[in-house]
Design a protein around this ligand. Structure first.
Ligand code: HOZ
Length: 427
């Protein structure tokens, strides 16, 4: 594979940008080699600056559920852009997107647009703290909720991939209010709720964890968390930045029929433009400024371009049968992957929920961060490079998800399955 142009750009980038990338998870540090610089994307494919083409299962880390350069979305954005990029004043598009999200996630009674998933989770936590008058929060190890100080504690995604789940630069006093529980361990969460009775504002969780690989909730775990929050007056926050509109039209809350008090969204609701949102119970959301006293703001929040991209995307995913078709593709491909893994004799655990899927080279079932950490990351790196050589772009980390899009064709899936079999044989 030729990669002189990517290497040349990477050398230049490193002189101006820390690590040569604008988000750590893009670097290939944990899998070896240099990141590819992308020239363009169309449908299911990426083309890099050296002209190599790849079937893409990263999808910009989740937003591109319709694939790259989706024509109706581009047209919608173009017509909006011609009228101006941002006004710092309300527009009709913000109202339309808010109404569309409320329609699809009826548990959300009011919603506020922001610019990223990080902003969405930190604003939801501020809302929960302001509403309850309490300071502490519970988060689950291995869940990643963006890079706010008090959430970078045993955090998954790039923080784990690059070996810094607790970041330097975060004062100990900032994380003193963050309590840690283990995913799928309701007894542990109960112990914390009892020990800190009256002090916990919120429990925040990725209801389908996607930042340590894909870890679904076990049994009634989410429903038990709901009851725990009700018992102790704690605000339950679902971070659906990744799994919202990925695991189904109603997100994880629709799939598992568990209603959080607040929901953080991002990725798909911006169709590839920078966006985030948080919303939920009216009683809490009304406390946000200017209707209430809890302050949160943003110059570009609700900007028309992101709103138009989000609306175009949500209208498309609302079409009948959209998620069934994505699910069909994921089950076909993951069945092929399982067959190949079995034939290779490599121990593995593979999980899939809706259009998110992933596997670890590991000897046991993964149900939390502690088990996920026992996977063979060196072998994953080799696998990643073998897939690249065969024209398939997977996440450059063992602790991320793969994403299926509507643009992946059956021929793409067959090509991916063949590449997967070849990659495993080459390990
Ligand atoms: N949070 C996403 C991956 N788990 C991607 C954003 C990033 O960290 O670059």
């Amino acid at each position: 594979m030729q990669n002189q142009q990517s290497n040349r750009l990477f050398a230049r980038a490193q002189a101006s940008i820390p690590g040569g990338v604008n988000s750590p998870v893009r670097a290939f540090q944990s899998v070896g080699g240099n990141p590819l610089f992308i020239a363009s994307g169309k449908g299911s494919q990426l083309t890099d600056v050296d002209g190599n083409r790849f079937l893409d299962y990263v999808g910009s880390w989740g937003p591109l559920i319709l694939g790259h350069a989706h024509e109706p979305t581009l047209k919608r954005i173009a017509s909006v852009m011609a009228r101006g990029l941002s006004f710092g004043a309300p527009t009709e598009l913000e109202v339309l997107l808010a109404e569309k999200i409320k329609e699809l996630m009826p548990n959300i009674e009011m919603i506020r647009m922001v610019n990223s998933g990080t902003e969405a989770t930190m604003s939801a936590i501020r809302a929960a703290r302001g509403y309850t008058g309490r300071d502490k929060i519970i988060k689950f190890t291995g869940c990643y909720h963006g890079h706010a100080d008090y959430l970078l504690v045993q955090a998954g995604s790039g923080a784990t991939t690059l070996g810094a789940p607790n970041s330097p630069g975060v004062p100990a006093s900032f994380v003193a209010e963050t309590l840690l529980a283990k995913l799928n361990d309701i007894a542990g969460a109960r112990r914390l709720a009892e020990e800190y009775e009256g002090e916990i504002a919120a429990i925040i969780i990725e209801p389908v964890a996607g930042n340590m690989g894909v870890v679904p909730p076990k049994g009634d775990f989410l429903a038990e968390l709901r009851s725990l929050c009700d018992l102790h007056g704690i605000v339950l926050i679902f971070d659906e930045v990744m799994c919202g509109f990925r695991v189904g039209l109603g997100g994880a809350q629709g799939l598992y029929h568990v209603q959080p008090d607040l929901t953080a969204l991002g990725k798909v609701i911006g169709g590839g433009m920078p966006v985030g949102a948080y919303g939920g119970k009216k009683a809490i959301m009304e406390q946000i400024s200017p209707s209430g006293k809890i302050y949160q703001a943003g110059t570009l929040s609700g900007n028309p371009v992101a709103m138009a991209a989000g609306l175009a995307t949500l209208e498309e995913v609302s079409q009948p049968g959209f998620y069934e078709e994505l699910g069909r593709k994921v089950s076909w491909l993951t069945n092929e992957m399982k067959d190949a893994l079995q034939a290779s004799g490599r121990p593995y655990c593979l999980n899939a929920v809706g259009s998110m899927f992933g596997f670890w080279f590991i000897e046991e079932e993964v149900h939390d961060y502690e088990t996920a950490l026992r996977c063979d990351t060196v072998l994953y790196g080799k696998y990643f490079r073998e897939m690249l050589l065969r024209g398939v772009y997977m996440a450059p980390s063992a602790f991320e998800a793969a994403f299926m899009s509507a643009a992946h064709s059956d021929a793409d899936l067959e090509e991916t399955a063949k590449a997967f079999q070849g990659a495993l044989r080459a390990l």
